[in-house]
Design a protein around this ligand. Structure first.
Ligand code: ADP
Ligand code: MG
Length: 694
């Protein structure tokens, strides 16, 4: 549907004051059209509406003053340096505005003019403000006061676009074009949810005249954003429900009965509950699309194995994809052990296999000489063709993108899909990200686990801690020591980890067996080290984050995390999850000299709770959903204004509205004049992909 004639679709260059150079800078901010500019929201606001008399301002605070220019002058210093000084007076005193190296400021002001200054007040022989924001109160000025004397918007910007410029240009844009924006949600929905008009919202989000105006504007725009997102999800869900029937698996076979007898432990009631949910999905002819959540160590693997057994006993193949080589191998071993007595044939496909081995596995999958195929991203390669794929399982789903999920699914006709995540997703995020998935959650840990004790220590305590380690290793505990390796400083970081390993091996812990594991090692080297650690032949494993997800060595009960401040909260929780899997009391020790407020918050949060859901919610709050998961990868559009945690209420109501709208307007997408359809298409240009990627 062509929309080019619409005024909001005009290039931003159409605005007065935007030339070819400025438009380039604006483009960099993502502003191409007039509409982009209307939707370029302030990052924050400053309340500059409270004037003070000059004798009332205090040094150190942000203040707004108003007065007349008494005198002004430019002083040249050594080199090319200059100071421009302006004395501003009201009936109580004098304050100076000072600009360094901006000689042109002398052309901006005139003596006797009325001026407003805003900025941080200093006292240096007299009251002064360095590089204040200013406003000249001239009658002929089109925008008398938009930079001071009101609630002033501050925009995210780059160095080549000043706040002042952006603010003026956006003001012009809002004044000229906000009225052209077309209402797309119905009067009925607006009234029911107490929402102001879109025009007012666009005006007031930029230039609110009060806190109340701002709140109303924000509410309306957040609602819009969530509403469209939820509508997209609702459509996606509808598509799935209406798609061709999937496989109706028979639950009553021999294999499953045998498998139940072989279970190495009694399932927790939480595991039983989610298994029942999965069984009912699998038995139905509707394709399963389920997210299985559970904190680290809650026992998701066995649940997925259960589903695999059902799949295989019905004559289908199952694929299990995991994000790392180490984890894939671990799953391969676990499943091989469990399945040997059941005659279920399991294969492993990773990039480290020799060419010949790969070809063999691929052939066996093609001919169904293998029932289960486990692997890393290697599974989605085009060469791998499944004869009869009935079930797709994705472990540590948050490490994959929607596209990868979809690619694996396409290897079968309409396979059932189970995705698992050990990064527990707060309910609100689950709705937003996975609105198209049903969810099951394991809420308890297997019995006999004592909660991990977490401590945050500083360098000073390092030697004491080594003593503690000695004692624990003597009691046959195994230890992980984790080093951060950041992409930016990879080489240096790896060196640090390797050094530490050598230091341990050759001096501090030379009486013990010490191992090293990092991402640069060859895959079979990694495998050998992991095997030794599993067998208990390595006491201390110095590792990078290659061990972050999934690794299960119950006898490892202590983890030391070096430079803990360099890890994100969820990542720390994942790492901590490597211990506390056996009966021994487990310890997680964070070594860090962190001082930044953020880091302190993260580390102390971790010492306070073991609850993955609380941690995830907290992490989400600190970092926002974008960074939390890397939204791009997840196919979720960046949220501009809504925050799924703090605006939870709006998320839920907009979701209800979106779903009921779709219910009543099944075919609205076919109606090109429908404004919601227009907005939706604009927001999700790759909407088709969105559907396919279900
Ligand atoms: P995650 O949910 O993190 O993937 P795993 O599936 O790796 O957790 O399970 C963690 C550990 O708990 C494994 O060693 C597994 O054998 C064990 N486990 C799982 N379920 C139970 C249970 N019901 N009782 C005892 N141990 C269990
Ligand atoms: Mg796992």
């Amino acid at each position: 549907m062509s929309n080019y004639s619409h005024p909001l679709q005009k290039s931003a260059q159409y605005l007065k004051g935007v030339g070819p150079k400025r438009i380039e800078s604006l483009n960099k901010l993502g502003i191409n059209t007039v509409k982009d500019m209307l939707y370029y929201f302030p990052r924050r606001y400053e309340d500059r509406s409270n004037f003070k008399k000059i004798n009332e301002v205090s040094a150190g605070s942000m203040e707004t003053v108003r007065g007349r220019v008494l005198t002004m002058g430019l002083r040249r210093l050594r080199g090319k340096k200059t100071i421009f000084q302006l004395a501003l007076g009201d009936d109580t005193g004098i304050i100076y505005g000072i600009w360094f190296n901006q000689p042109y400021m002398q052309n901006v002001f005139k003596v006797d003019e009325e001026v407003i200054l805003y900025g941080k007040v200093d006292y240096y022989r007299s009251l002064q403000i360095n590089s204040p924001e200013y406003e000249i109160l001239r009658d002929d000025d089109e925008y008398a006061t938009i930079h001071t004397a009101r609630i002033v918007p501050i925009y995210p910007s780059t160095y080549d676009l000043s706040q002042r410029y952006l603010r003026s240009i956006i003001k012009r844009c809002v004044d000229e074009f906000a009225y052209c924006s077309e209402e797309f949600i119905s009067e009925e929905i607006r009234l029911r949810n107490g929402l102001i008009s879109l025009k007012d919202a666009l005006l007031n989000i930029h230039f609110p005249s009060s806190g109340h105006d701002y709140e109303q504007a924000k509410k309306r725009l957040i609602f819009d954003e969530f509403f469209l997102l939820q509508l997209a999800l609702a459509l996606k869900r509808k598509d799935i429900k209406h798609s061709l029937p999937g496989i109706a698996f028979d639950l009553s076979g021999d294999l499953l009965a045998k498998f139940k007898k072989l279970l190495p432990f009694k399932l927790t009631s939480s595991q039983e509950k989610v298994i029942a949910e999965i069984e009912s999905d699998m038995a139905s002819s509707k394709p399963m699309n389920r997210l299985l959540q559970g904190d680290v160590g809650s026992g998701k693997t066995i649940v997925s194995v259960w589903a695999i057994v059902i799949c295989v006993q019905n004559g289908y193949q199952a694929a299990l994809m995991a994000p790392t080589e180490i984890l894939s191998r671990q799953h391969f071993l676990t499943l091989t052990n469990l399945f040997s007595a059941l005659k279920i044939r399991v294969g492993l496909l990773t990039s480290s296999l020799k060419k010949k081995e790969k070809e063999e596995v691929i052939l066996k999958v093609k001919t169904q000489e293998l029932d289960v195929i486990i692997g890393t991203h290697s599974l989605i390669q085009d060469e791998l063709k499944c004869k009869n794929l009935g079930l797709v399982i994705i472990d540590e789903q948050h490490k994959f993108g929607v596209i990868q999920r979809a690619k694996l699914q396409k290897k079968g006709k309409i396979p059932d899909v189970l995705v698992m995540s050990a990064t527990p997703i707060p309910r609100t995020l689950a709705i937003t990200l996975y609105g198209d998935l049903d969810e099951s959650t394991i809420r308890e840990l297997p019995p006999g686990r004592t909660p991990v004790k977490t401590y945050w220590i500083s360098e000073r305590k390092r030697t004491d801690f080594y003593e503690f380690l000695r004692k624990k290793i003597a009691e046959k505990n195994q230890v992980y020591v984790v080093y951060p390796v950041v992409e930016k400083s990879k080489a240096l970081d790896l060196k640090a980890a390797t050094k530490m390993y050598e230091h341990f091996r050759d001096s501090i812990f030379k009486e013990y067996s010490v191992g090293l594991l990092h991402g640069r090692m060859k895959d079979n080297e990694k495998k050998d080290i992991m095997d030794l650690f599993k067998k208990g032949e390595i006491d201390i494993l110095v590792a990078t984050t290659v061990i972050e997800v999934g690794i299960d060595v119950p006898n490892a009960s202590i983890i030391l995390i070096e430079h803990a401040e360099r890890f994100g909260l969820s990542q720390l929780h994942q790492l901590r999850g490597r211990v506390g899997r056996g009966r021994a009391q487990a310890y997680c020790v964070l070594l860090s000299e962190a001082e930044s407020q953020d880091a302190v918050k993260r580390l102390s949060a971790l010492t306070k709770t073991n609850d993955g859901f609380k941690i995830a919610e907290y992490d989400l709050l600190i970092r926002g959903p974008g960074e939390f998961f890397g939204t791009k990868q997840h196919g979720m559009p960046e949220l501009k204004i809504g925050n799924i945690i703090s605006d939870k209420g709006l998320l839920i109501t907009s979701r209800q509205e979106a779903f009921s709208f779709l219910e009543k307007n099944q075919d609205f997408l076919n109606d090109c004049s429908n404004n919601i359809a227009v907005e939706l298409m604009e927001k999700f240009p790759d909407y088709k992909g969105f559907v396919l990627a279900r």
